[in-house]
Write a protein that binds this ligand. Sequence first.
Ligand SMILES: Cc1cc2nc3c(=O)[nH]c(=O)nc-3n(C[C@H](O)[C@H](O)[C@H](O)COP(=O)(O)OP(=O)(O)OC[C@H]3O[C@@H](n4cnc5c(N)ncnc54)[C@H](O)[C@@H]3O)c2cc1C
Ligand SMILES: *[C@@H]1O[C@H](CO)[C@@H](O)[C@H](O)[C@H]1NC(C)=O
Ligand SMILES: *[C@@H]1O[C@H](CO)[C@@H](O)[C@H](O)[C@H]1NC(C)=O
Length: 631
Amino acid sequence: MAFLYQAILLVADYPILTGIFTIFCGLFIPVAYFLTSGFAPSPFKKATSKRKGPARLTDRTSKDKILKQGFATKKIPQNLDAIVIGSGIGGLSSAAILSKAGKRVLVLEQHDQAGGSCHTFHEKGYEFDTGIHYIGGMQDGSDMRLLLDYLTDNNLEWHKLSDTFDYVHVDSSKTQSTKIPIVGGGFEGYKETLLQHFPQEEKAICGFVDLLEEARAYSWPCGILKMLPTWVSWLLIKSGLINRYILLTQKNTLDVIQGLTDNKTLQTVFAYVFADYGTPPKYSSFFTHATVLNHFVKNGSYYPVGGTSEIAHCLIPTIEESGGGVLVRAPVSKILLDLEGKVIGVCVTKNKEEVNIFAPTVISDAGLWNTFESLLPREVMLKSKYYKPLRDLAQKPGATAMLLFVGLKGTTEELNLSPANHFIYSSDDVDRSFTDYLAMTAQEACTAETPIVFASFPSAKDPTWQQRYPGQSVCTVITLVNWEWFSRWEDQRIMHRGEDYEGLKKKFADQAWEQCLRKFPQLADKVEYFDVGTPLSNKFYLGTPRGEIYGLEHDFSRFSPEMTSHVRAQTDIPGLILTGQDVFSCGFAGALFAGILASSAALNRLVFIDLILKKQLFGQKRDKKEIELEE
Ligand SMILES: Cc1cc2nc3c(=O)[nH]c(=O)nc-3n(C[C@H](O)[C@H](O)[C@H](O)COP(=O)(O)OP(=O)(O)OC[C@H]3O[C@@H](n4cnc5c(N)ncnc54)[C@H](O)[C@@H]3O)c2cc1C
Ligand SMILES: *[C@@H]1O[C@H](CO)[C@@H](O)[C@H](O)[C@H]1NC(C)=O
Ligand SMILES: *[C@@H]1O[C@H](CO)[C@@H](O)[C@H](O)[C@H]1NC(C)=O
């Protein structure tokens, strides 16, 4: 063994040698693919079943029958192949892929409806989204779209939003404010619009776009590193073959941006999208930043027809079709292990009653911290070689937020609302203003200018909205805040946290709404419903330890090539697999990709290759024909 290790180290010192070695190892993927494909059937062998037709106007009662199936012992299917903890897109996609491969999977969700961040709620006749405002990469023919079409039997439809997917508002001073559209559908359009607004900044803009393109061209290792065996990934990192990618992960976002231009407004426009992953530019890797922006710039943004709850609504029937199910109000309190340390199932605790459910595989969508620090026995967590290098990262609180849910009288047209999101920055030095803000006390912060106010109008995005909610609109406002400001009420029951909490919450909310109204004064007298969620609400509904909205912190260390390779779906605890945003990155697409990784680990085959093969062999054509025939 020692000799082998020495030999590998020796080879690793010579990039060319390792290059050859890595190419040799590249053969590993096809070989591994063909060797393993016999064990479990490809999830993409089954034909999709009949599309139910354009049913996006499903009434709420029948939709709730699918989304809100309450946990009861008699509803637990027998002979389960796998249990999934959590029904976010990471959990549902893993379960649906396994179901397509003929496995029987039970998804357990602690909240009272399925979907995680994709869930919507209804209050006083209004419908609100909670955690999806736009998704990139959903154009016809993309891998992601193909996967979702397949997993939902073509029942989930996507609506392309306007080419301008975001607006950035920068208040450089009390009197000067600029509004810049961010345009998707290719780098050219993105560049052109910025040039129109910053004609003197051609060099900076072209430089930035070049870097975005580079990040796109060299992004492939970030997925591959999680799919190859760890030692092959290690060789790949050392080989010199992916140095362009490694360099991008080592660049700091703030340094890159400040190095390109002195114009503070333009710096803010380059930086704005950090709010989509929550880590200030000073602490993030440029690769992460560019990947998030590229996600939307490439082909614009999309929204599920019928609202974001359609995602779970269309995935659950697939899981049920192979004998599995999705049960809500089912908080998992423990992962059960046998004497040898192998996973054998989970325990659901309800009203002090414990129900043990058994399956040879458990896939957790509950996040890294929850899974290791709260669901596994402590001694198992401490012994895990997988978790050890991640413990520091898991202890850091990730970004958290306050959410305002505002119900408005009037249609999209009457209120002049855009499908594009608005990022409103109260200064042109976002990194400083945001870091300073988070360092304030709660009393200071609640009446201070909020550095970032995100405002979005889901009612302007869904083509079925006006039919479903005539004469109404909704606005969601998000501000990034500090968990510590609210943590003292952590142990109090929801709705019973007392006057101090309600008072603080109101001050924060009034401040954010006032800043929002400066950009949308027409909404001032149209408010019919107004509610506020704090990090404690996020904790309650999403089950995150400190109200995180994007899971783990997206800082520099998390996206180093070594860490990228280390954080994978397969853990060192036999039978325990991870899925969801902590495995890859936050965002719908990130969590969905984690679903591919998790199902690969569970099926012991490369599901991503299955997907690519399906695309190459059958492509969209066959699916299109199927759809046409059925319509
Ligand atoms: C406010 C907000 C805005 C966002 N905007 C966008 C956007 O515009 N575009 C985009 O792409 N992404 C956006 N995101 C990010 C995206 O929604 C998430 O990254 C993604 O949906 C996470 O999916 P997941 O499966 O990892 O986790 P989640 O959706 O969080 O699902 C985890 C589930 O596990 C459940 N759970 C936890 N513990 C237990 C337990 N012990 N037992 C049972 N169940 C448990 C939780 O209740 C939850 O339902 C946003 C997120 C938020 C919060
Ligand atoms: C998506 O973007 C790529 C590159 O920008 C382009 O070649 C392709 O045609 C786009 N596809 C769609 C459907 O817009
Ligand atoms: C930044 O660019 C904008 C648009 O060209 C311009 O109006 C502004 O004055 C510039 N700011 C500085 C500090 O140069």
